[in-house]
Design a protein. Structure first.
Length: 368
């Protein structure tokens, strides 16, 4: 399948969609995340490569199915196979955001000091909450700790849920109220003299999204919806959700921006275009939709430091099985402001279809 090579400012990204099969991925630091979802082992299962250090993020919430314990054991086994040494970050609650933020940043900083240079880092984000994924992106790039950051994502096959109907208060993935959390290192800048514009990526949980969006009392809104979806039925559902939410917020069709569910490059381009359109507003990005869209929002925040990025943290995550579909995405970010050398396969960051410097237009991919 075709690659996309996208570049804006100091950030370059190579995006690839592929069938899950043997994949060469080497580097300095490997981060895996265990979950009760079966797809959490998909990336590590097909990965081949050596690392100086690896870790497995294991949240304290284990569920009741017993799958988490099996996945923990398998991922630690694979981490030990892939790395010279492993680091245990503990087992705090998924909602203990300060402890996890500090533990992850400290691991990156320590590995950077031990190696004496910026890192080549690989992270499986399939089951890593968006808040932690974006915190990691913000810290790694803003601190100069990495020269390349590769985010791997295994698509999941979600079971149909009667609760996931338009603006339904019953959700398949989270329970309880959501709280909004500004993303560390991507908080943007205060602009008290400007009115707020909310740019929200949305998914299927639009009841809580509606409440969170309204908190900001924004002058303007735009919704980024995952269409086409990872499957036709997901796309159809996203259209229903987007239109119901737009009606509830009194928005018109022009304020619904459609972006393929897995296309982080297109999501980044959409957000940057909105940010460049008018400087009369203070833009706040709400990452409430797909994880690839959140990656695109994160890239936009890295390039436009005034942009404030916000994630949601639910009271509880619902235990789901969620197998992998057999399709994986790779998003390899390069910080062009950090001196690099073509090690660990960095040479693949460029190719015959590379975009020109300053040209944000991605090469068409299989996702579009």
């Amino acid at each position: 399948m075709n690659d996309v090579i996208w570049r804006r400012g100091h950030v370059e990204m190579r995006q690839e969609r592929r069938i899950s099969e043997r994949m060469e991925a080497a580097g300095d630091l490997l981060v895996l995340t265990s979950s009760w979802e079966r797809r959490c082992i998909e990336v590590a299962r097909v990965m081949h490569g050596r690392y100086a250090v690896a870790t497995v993020i294991t949240f304290a919430e284990e569920g009741t199915s017993g799958r988490r314990a099996d996945h923990d054991a398998e991922l630690w086994r694979l981490a030990t196979e892939h790395a010279v040494s492993v680091a245990d970050l503990g087992r705090q609650s998924v909602s203990d955001v300060e402890s996890w933020r500090d533990a992850i940043a400290e691991l990156v900083a320590r590995t950077r000091i031990e190696l004496g240079r910026p890192l080549d880092m690989v992270v499986d984000v399939s089951c890593l909450p968006k808040y932690y994924m974006l915190t990691l992106m913000g810290y790694c790039v803003s601190s100069g700790s990495v020269r390349s950051l590769r985010l791997l994502y295994a698509e999941g096959r979600y079971a149909p849920s009667d609760g996931n109907t338009s603006l339904s208060p019953d959700h398949a993935f989270t329970e309880g109220a959501w709280r909004s959390l500004p993303v560390p290192y991507l908080e943007g800048r205060l602009s008290p003299d400007k009115k707020v514009e909310v740019i929200a990526s949305i998914g299927f949980e639009t009841f809580q999204a509606r409440k969170l969006i309204r908190v900001y009392e924004a002058e303007r809104h735009c919704l980024v919806t995952p269409y086409p979806g990872f499957s036709p039925e997901y796309g159809d559902q996203s259209e229903k959700e987007a239109k119901a939410l737009a009606t509830n917020l009194d928005l018109d069709e022009r304020e619904i921006l459609r972006c393929p569910a897995g296309d982080a490059a297109a999501a980044a381009e959409i957000v940057i275009d909105v940010l460049d359109r008018c400087d009369r507003f203070k833009e706040v990005g709400l990452c409430l939709g797909t994880k690839p869209h959140a990656i695109g929002f994160g890239i936009a925040a890295l390039i436009r430091p005034d942009f404030t990025l916000v994630c949601r943290m639910p009271d509880r995550y619902v235990e789901t099985e969620t197998p992998a579909t057999g399709i994986m995405w790779s998003y390899k970010l390069h910080d062009l402001s950090v001196a690099t050398s073509p090690t660990h396969g960095d040479a693949d960051a460029m190719g015959p279809n590379a975009a020109r410097e300053g040209d944000g237009s991605p090469v068409p991919s299989a996702a579009t």
